[in-house]
Design a protein around this ligand. Structure first.
Ligand code: FAD
Length: 317
C-alpha cells in the first residue's frame, strides 16, 4: 500500500491532537507514515501515540540545528522524504506554520495543494471549507503528489494500531532554509488550563466582555469546566485578552466537544475558527445576534449574570 506522509505537530513533548486526526484521515489514502522533526530522541518519545493512530513508519528527522531555523527546514525534510518514499499524498495541519510549510513544499515538489480541507475521500477528493467556511467545495489535485492541509477537528481521530517502525531520516539543510534564524523562543503558556486547540471545552469572550478585568468572568467559567479560554478578534484587538487566544479565520481553529461564546456576535470570521465544535452554547443580550443561528443552546441575557451562575452551578456538581 502506498505511503501517506503526515507531518507531526507537537509541542512541549506531546503530540498534538491534530496529528492523530491527520493520521486517521491519511488512512483513507494509504498507509500513514509520521514525519517527526525535532531534537534528537523526540520521535521515540512519540512512538506509542503515533503507532496507536496508525503510523506504519515513523521518520525521525532529528537535528538541533534544524530547529534553530524557521519553517523552511521542515519543507526541505518533507521534500527529501517524499523524493525517496514517493508517497501517495502528504498531510499537514492547517496551522500558521503548517500552511507555510505546505506552500513551500508544493513549490519544491511542483505539486498541487489544497488548503482548509475538512474531509477526505478514498478517491483523493477533498472537501474544502473556503471563504471563512461560507462555501464548501469538492476539489482534487491534478498534478504531482497531492498535499492536503487539514483543519483541526474536521476528522474524528480513531485509533488503528500499526507497527510504527522507526526510520532515521537525513536532515540536510539547503542554503535557502538557513536564511532566517530563530534567536529566542518565548513560549506563551496557558497556565494550568488546557491548550486552546487541544481542549475538549473552550469558553470564549468577545467585545461584550467589555474589558481585560472583566475577562475574569470568562476565565472563572472556563476554570469551573476545566476549559481553555478563547477570545474573538474584537476582544483581542481591544486589549482584553492576549493574541494567542484568538479564535477565528486569522486566529486559531478549535473544535471542542463544547464551545461557549460569551458576548460574541458570531461574525463569519469568528465562526470560521469554531463552527465545527460539537456543541455550541451562546450567551448574548441581543436576540438577533448571528451567533444564535449557529448555537445549539442560546441564552438571551447579560453574560455578567449568566456566566457566574453557570460557573457556580457547575462547581456544585
Ligand atoms: P461584536 O461583533 O462587537 O459583538 C459583541 C457582542 O456582544 C454583541 O453581539 C453584543 O450584543 C454582545 N454583548 C455586549 N454586551 C453583552 C453582555 N453584557 N452580555 C451578553 N452579550 C453582550 N474575528 C474573530 O473573532 N476572529 C478572527 O480570526 C477574525 N478574523 C478576521 C479577519 C478579517 C480579514 C476580518 C475583516 C475580520 C476578522 N474578524 C475576526 C473580525 C470579525 O469580523 C468581527 O469583527 C469580530 O469577530 C467581532 O467580535 P465580537 O463578536 O467579540 O464583537
Amino acid at each position: 500500500m502506498a505511503e501517506v506522509l503526515v507531518l507531526v505537530e507537537h509541542v512541549d513533548g506531546a503530540v498534538k491532537k491534530i496529528t492523530t486526526e491527520l493520521l486517521t484521515a491519511a488512512r483513507q489514502l494509504g498507509e500513514p507514515s509520521a514525519v517527526v522533526v525535532g531534537a534528537p530522541g523526540t520521535a521515540a518519545g512519540y512512538a506509542d501515540t503515533l503507532k496507536e493512530f496508525g503510523a506504519a513508519k515513523i521518520y525521525a528527522a532529528e537535528s538541533d540545528e534544524a530547529l534553530t531555523y524557521l519553517v523552511a527546514p521542515k519543507s526541505d525534510i518533507l521534500a527529501s522524504i517524499a523524493g525517496s518514499a514517493s508517497p501517495a499524498a502528504i498531510l499537514i495541519a492547517a496551522t500558521a506554520e503548517g500552511k507555510e510549510i505546505a506552500g513551500r513544499l508544493a513549490v519544491k515538489l511542483e505539486s498541487g495543494l489544497l488548503y482548509d480541507v475538512v474531509g477526505l475521500g478514498a478517491d483523493g477528493v477533498a472537501t474544502q471549507a473556503i471563504f471563512a467556511g461560507q462555501v464548501i467545495v469538492k476539489s482534487q489535485v491534478t498534478s504531482g503528489t497531492p498535499i492536503y492541509v487539514l483543519k483541526g477537528g474536521a476528522v474524528d481521530a480513531e485509533a488503528a494500531p500499526a507497527a510504527g517502525e522507526l526510520v532515521e531520516a537525513s536532515v540536510s539543510l539547503s542554503e535557502a532554509a538557513t536564511k532566517a534564524k530563530i534567536l529566542d523562543r518565548v513560549v506563551e503558556s496557558s497556565g494550568s488550563r488546557p491548550e486552546l486547540t487541544d481542549a475538549n471545552i473552550v469558553v470564549s469572550g468577545g467585545r461584550g466582555v467589555g474589558s481585560a478585568d472583566n475577562f475574569k468572568v470568562v476565565e472563572d467559567l472556563a476554570d469551573s469546566l476545566g476549559a481553555a479560554v478563547g477570545a474573538s478578534r474584537a476582544a483581542v484587538d481591544s486589549g482584553f485578552y492576549p493574541h494567542q487566544f484568538q479564535v477565528g479565520q486569522t486566529g486559531k481553529t478549535v473544535s471542542p466537544q463544547l464551545y461557549v461564546a460569551l458576548g460574541i456576535s458570531g461574525a463569519i470570521q469568528h465562526r470560521a475558527g469554531m463552527q465545527t465544535s460539537k456543541t455550541i452554547v451562546a450567551v448574548n443580550k441581543d436576540p438577533e445576534a448571528p451567533i444564535f443561528e449557529l448555537a445549539d443552546f442560546g441564552v438571551v441575557g447579560d453574560l455578567f449574570a449568566v456566566a457566574p451562575q453557570a460557573a457556580e452551578e457547575v462547581r456544585k456538581r
